[in-house]
Design a protein around this ligand. Structure first.
Ligand code: RFL
Length: 388
């Protein structure tokens, strides 16, 4: 079994397969330090925590993760809070930085004797519709190589080799650009609220999400095409203050911005998630905008489903799980896409003076009002917000 990519999807899959005694190898393009330091997600859904716990992979997050259950919305009509652990099915998030999760997963896999090769880039998957597919690779010294296996798991993200290797006409590629860009920031500053902060403002969206007691992620709606370093640190903090209405609701705790990335909000789904012996999971299967914090959670959910199906196929010869894998995952993926799309519409509206922009702003206002006042709407929100 060859697994491409050592992100959450690849490492959860590798750990579960390894525990079932299945021989597998992970091929990872980047170096170990890079993989263990890549800051991305932080909000883990209850289902994700249960999956990790079920497989003995939750020690780190149980020890160091923070429980999180409140959203605060700030709009030109005032602010309101939702404690989503008291709504819907009544469950909180666990906040645990993705790089810590990846570090834990890697340590567990290596401790169990798992094999991984860093600095090995998959170039293409060959003969996926045969019984012995191959993966061609480039090794750290630039030499070509080849791995053969019964199955290949493409957990190598949106731009990885797995997606590229799908023969034309074998998969449908759904893509949507939501026309919104965020500047994603990591600040070495303690969180400023004990809640996720979502601010809608005439100048654009701003978001606040705790990561640890000393690091906070912020988002600012940003001009499409602008470079990540186009704004000075001072301008970033001034803009955050303005959009989060710090003058009204209290100052933000400032600190050096240590990481910036420009994120065009996009949705991207491959359908089906299988071609012969090649299976896609995580961002390789579907990319989802970070507006609803679903990407890493879907990756873990899919990895467990795939591990179970591969395990059954390899240990008992039962391929029913593999046959149903794509349809099962796509059900979750499209529901997450739908919620993320709804969140985008809740948090953004065009700023122009034309009829369409005005209409969109009125709809957003009304959506926000329903969320502030209507219990059934809040329950729906809570269930989808923490669910995958
Ligand atoms: P990853 O984590 O990208 O890992 C893929 C791995 O594959 C390697 N790779 C290759 N290896 C070998 N050969 C090749 N040809 C290769 N090409 C690539 C890469 O080096 C990498 O190590 O994918 P995976 O495992 O599918 O996990 C997906 C998540 O990382 C992603 O969905 C989330 O980070 C999305 N996301 C969030 N998700 C949440 O659930 N909650 C959040 O709060 C959240 N916040 C975020 C996010 C994503 C963000 N970015 C990246 C836009 C915040 C941000 C800023």
């Amino acid at each position: 079994m060859v697994i491409l990519g050592a992100g959450p999807a690849g490492l959860v899959l590798a750990n579960i397969l390894r525990a079932r005694g299945i021989d597998c190898v992970v091929l990872e393009r980047a170096g170990r330090t890079h993989v263990e330091n890549r800051a991305r997600a932080g909000f883990l859904a209850p289902h994700t925590v249960r999956v990790l716990d079920r497989h003995g992979l939750a020690d780190g997050l149980s020890l160091r993760g923070l429980t999180h259950c409140t959203c605060e919305f700030r709009t030109d009509g005032g602010r309101f809070r939702l404690d989503y652990s008291r709504l819907g099915q009544g469950e909180p998030h666990t906040v645990y930085p993705q790089q810590n999760l990846v570090t834990d997963l890697l340590a567990a896999y290596l401790h169990a004797g798992g094999r991984i090769h860093f600095g090995v880039e998959a170039v293409a998957v060959h003969d996926a519709d045969g019984v012995r597919p191959a993966v061609s690779v480039r090794t750290p010294d630039g030499r070509p190589g080849r791995w053969r296996a019964r199955y290949v798991a493409g957990c190598d993200g949106r731009h990885g080799a797995a997606r590229r290797s799908l023969p034309p006409g074998t998969a449908r590629h759904h893509h949507r650009d939501h026309g919104v860009t965020w500047l994603g920031l990591l600040a070495e500053a303690p969180p400023s609220l004990d809640a996720v902060g979502y601010a809608t403002h005439a100048r654009g969206f701003a978001g606040h999400m705790a990561r640890t007691s000393t690091v906070t992620r912020y988002y600012l709606q940003y001009e499409r095409g602008a470079a990540p370093d186009a704004w000075s640190q001072e301008r970033i903090w001034d803009e955050l203050d303005l959009r989060m209405r710090a003058a009204e609701y209290g100052p933000l705790r400032r600190g050096p911005v240590v990481d910036r990335s420009v994120i065009d909000l996009e949705s991207d789904v491959i359908e089906p998630l299988r071609h012969g012996a090649l299976f896609l999971a995580g961002d390789a299967a579907s990319l989802i905008s970070p507006s609803a914090a679903k990407g890493a959670n879907l990756a873990v959910l899919e990895a467990e489903l795939l591990a179970r199906a591969l395990g059954d196929a390899l240990v008992t010869g039962d391929v029913a799980g593999l046959d149903g894998y794509s349809a099962r995952c796509l059900e979750h993926i499209w529901r997450a896409q739908e919620f993320s799309y709804w969140m985008i519409a809740l948090l953004h509206a065009p700023s122009g003076a034309d009829d369409e922009a005005r209409f969109q702003r009125r709809l957003r206002h009304s959506r926000m009002a329903s969320l502030r006042t209507t219990r059934s709407f809040q329950d729906w929100f809570a269930e989808h917000y923490v669910g995958v």
